[in-house]
Unconditional design. Structure first.
Length: 253
């Protein structure tokens, strides 16, 4: 993450035709600070109006547009799903990247959701590989804890490490993207990255063909999938309740 400003400045110096900032909130904000003229297509999980990236969703009005998945809005549902799967867990641990501006919004939503279910919330901060290990070590073997992993792209890039740590501690865990479950994670509830990246590509192509980002409405990625991994559930000794199982869009055996 600390390299992003220098990388963005390098692209601006090269006067590229368009910048696709698909790594979430932080890259979008870094690119916004680097240029007000080069067109930018972003993918992020927050309200881009709230964070000053665009004037409105329908009329972005500047040099930026893209796709907003509004991941934070899905967090409350993730907490509810965790509670259904592991009702004896009295604490929800939220693994976040503190360098991501999205984290504050997600933490607030998670806190409200946990409180409504009578659960305690514990925040685990990690912005490096070593900090991920340390965050999990701080939990020990806590049997009454369920884990929610933030929809952060750095954490996504470390999914194998995170999944291994969660399995080693028998933590019921829910993630924001299917990619975790395909790699052995327990379950995920969130938008399809493939679809979002395709939309970013389409918008980038339109801009290269002469369209102005100011005139391209921000697309909202509304398709959400619930994916579960039965093999991982068996390893953890968990059984999906029938209502939760019936809600699944995809079951990985």
């Amino acid at each position: 993450m600390e390299r992003l400003p220098a990388l963005a400045d390098d692209l601006v110096r090269r006067q590229v035709a368009v910048i696709a900032a698909i790594g979430g909130t932080t890259p979008a904000l870094v690119v916004k600070a680097a240029t007000t003229t080069i067109p930018v297509v972003f993918y992020l999980g927050i309200d881009p109006v709230q964070f000053g990236l665009v004037t409105s969703l329908n009329h972005p009005g500047g040099n930026m547009t893209g796709v907003a998945a509004l991941q934070a809005d899905l967090t409350a549902k993730r907490v509810q799903m965790l509670h259904e799967l592991a009702p004896k867990a009295g604490t929800v641990a939220l693994l976040v990247n503190p360098t991501n501006r999205y984290t504050e919004t997600e933490t607030n939503v998670t806190q409200d959701s946990a409180r409504s279910l009578g659960l305690q919330l514990r925040i685990l901060n990690a912005s490096s590989s070593n900090e991920i290990d340390a965050a999990f070590s701080s939990l020990g073997q806590a049997p009454a804890v369920a884990l929610l992993v933030s929809a952060d792209f750095f954490l996504l890039s470390r999914r194998d490490q995170i999944i291994a740590q969660a399995l080693a501690r028998s933590l019921p865990t829910i993630y924001g993207w299917r990619e975790y479950v395909a790699a052995g994670g327990l379950m995920s509830y969130g938008p399809r990255l493939y679809d979002a990246y395709r939309l970013v590509g389409i918008y980038t192509g339109k801009i290269l063909n002469g369209a102005s980002p100011a005139d391209l409405p921000v697309e909202q990625s509304t398709k959400v999938d619930f994916v579960i991994n039965q093999k991982t559930a068996k390893l953890l000794g968990l059984i999906y309740p029938l209502p939760l199982l019936g809600f699944a869009d995809e079951v990985i055996e």
